[in-house]
Design a protein around this ligand. Structure first.
Ligand SMILES: [Zn+2]
Length: 81
């Protein structure tokens, strides 16, 4: 049960008014503008739109830069003095 609660905290779940609960969503590219992209979030239960997100060109560049710089030593979590 606790595992299920934990999963509800992921950003891919949003409250759906039709389902009356937080539902997993899938994002769909709605609109592409010269300086931004608009995504629509659809409830996977009933298919209705539960939210939208704007991604500006600046955000996208930043996300790409962060992704490239991702550290590769995630497995070394042991703390040593
Ligand atoms: Zn729904």
């Amino acid at each position: 049960m606790s595992k299920q609660q934990f999963e509800n905290f992921t950003a891919s779940s949003l409250y759906c008014e039709k389902c009356k609960t937080a539902m997993p969503v899938r994002d769909r590219l709605l609109l592409v503008l010269p300086d931004r992209e608009i995504f629509d979030y659809l409830c996977t239960g009933c298919g209705s739109s539960v939210g939208q997100r704007e991604v500006t060109a600046g955000d996208k560049l930043m996300a790409q830069a962060v992704g490239r710089r991702r550290p590769r030593r995630a497995s070394t979590q042991t703390l040593l003095h």
